[in-house]
Design a protein around this ligand. Structure first.
Ligand SMILES: *Cc1c(COP(=O)(O)O)cnc(C)c1O
Length: 383
């Protein structure tokens, strides 16, 4: 499915303008902690880089353009962005969380924030009734959705959850990392807050850790801006620069990631040594129609179950040459990950079983290499 054509132009011109003093076309890296003041409290709009930095300001403006939101905020990591979102809630709040959230999100909620009186309820959000029956009208203040989910690529109906959130006065947060802003627009579907790990597709080159929050409400923006300033989990100027540079190629990268992922998923689906393939772009994905209705593309993540036992998994991984065994995703290079032993090792064992994260499950982050080379690599390793 196509990316909106105007988004290819948007990402190349993400709200940046030539630097006024020298005319430099690229936003400079303002690598400074402090700014000179003419008199106490009299300055050019910047006093200290934790509060505001010109490179970061450009990046946050670009984030807002990407999600077509009024406001954008940047953080030192995806999890720092998530942490800030939880910190705007009152202690004791109940938060409904999609049960197959990113492993680190689950760990942040279960092992860190649960200590501070927050009550996290993990539910299967494919079923809207399950969300409704877990809502406590007076206590549930937030619903936290990730879609497509990781690693089994389930889809959550954003519009459907948004209606439930509105009815119950709860905020809807959508982790849009897996789609990137180009394949899914949660704010337009009714979400209040979008969060990204910019470490993944937005960064795209496996060289930075970062997070983004995009939203339309001025009131929520001011609360989050305060957490960003008071807590200080801000990115360094050079990372803001690298992200601005990455955003310019987001269109061509996402288009290529998706094109390759479709080919890889179709190839795996037809292979005799593969038991099942998880990719929302496949017609036999149980939620293919829902994915099509809320996404403009299926992105580049494909998971599958290998036939055989763990020794076959190890043999497969050993033979791969183009796909590299590593955590993370969304970079230009193709990666393979073993969720049970790597990214999802922190997920409680019984939940892992329930979600189908077994020792035969592998997750691919399909890169932008040649489709023929990727398929040849998988074919050789599967035989
Ligand atoms: C990686 C990831 C995160 C966490 O982001 P970091 O940048 O690693 O802190 C959150 N959500 C999703 C879906 C992710 O893939």
């Amino acid at each position: 499915m196509p990316i909106n054509p105007s988004d290819f132009t948007l990402v190349v011109h993400p709200g940046t303008s030539p630097e006024p003093v020298t005319g430099a076309i690229m936003t400079p890296i303002f690598q400074t902690s402090t700014f000179v003041q003419q008199a106490p409290g009299v300055h050019k709009g910047y006093d200290y880089s934790r509060a505001d930095n010109p490179t970061r300001e450009k990046l946050e403006h670009a984030f807002a353009l990407l999600e077509k939101s009024r406001f954008g905020l940047s953080f030192a990591s995806g999890l720092a962005a998530e942490q800030a979102i939880i910190q705007i809630l009152e202690p004791g709040s109940t938060i409904l969380v999609c049960e197959d959230v990113y492993g680190g999100t689950g760990r942040l909620f279960r092992r860190l924030f649960a200590k501070y009186g927050f009550d996290f309820r993990f539910v299967d959000m494919r079923n809207l009734d399950e969300i409704k029956s877990n809502i406590n009208k007076n206590k549930t203040s937030m619903i936290w959705v990730e879609t497509p989910t990781n690693p089994t690529l389930r889809i959550v109906d954003i519009k459907g959850v948004a209606a439930i959130a509105k009815e119950n006065n709860a905020l809807l947060v959508v982790d849009n990392t897996f789609s990137s802003p180009l394949f899914q627009a949660p704010l337009a579907l009714g979400a209040d807050i979008v969060v990204h790990s910019t470490t993944k597709y937005i960064g795209g080159h496996s060289d930075i850790i970062g997070g983004a929050v995009m939203l339309n409400s001025q009131e929520l923006y001011e609360k989050l801006k305060f957490v960003q300033f008071a807590g200080g989990a801000t990115p360094a100027p050079i990372e803001c620069f690298l992200l601005l540079r990455s955003i310019m190629t987001l269109g061509v990268r996402m288009e290529r990631h998706e094109k390759n992922a479709i080919k890889v998923a179709e190839f795996l689906e037809g292979h005799k040594n593969v038991r099942s393939v998880y990719f929302p772009g496949l017609k036999n994905h149980p939620q293919h129609d829902l994915a099509k209705s809320q996404m403009t593309g299926f992105s580049g993540m494909v998971s599958f179950d290998l036939k055989g036992d763990y020794s076959h998994v190890l043999a497969f991984l050993e033979k791969l040459k183009v796909f590299t065994l590593a955590e993370s995703l969304g970079g230009v290079e193709s990666l393979v990950n073993h969720p049970e032993k790597m990214t999802h090792a922190s997920v409680p064992e019984d939940l892992r079983r329930k979600l189908g994260i077994n020792s035969n499950l592998l997750r691919l982050s399909v890169g932008i290499e040649s489709e023929e080379d990727l398929i040849a690599d998988l074919d050789r390793a599967l035989s």
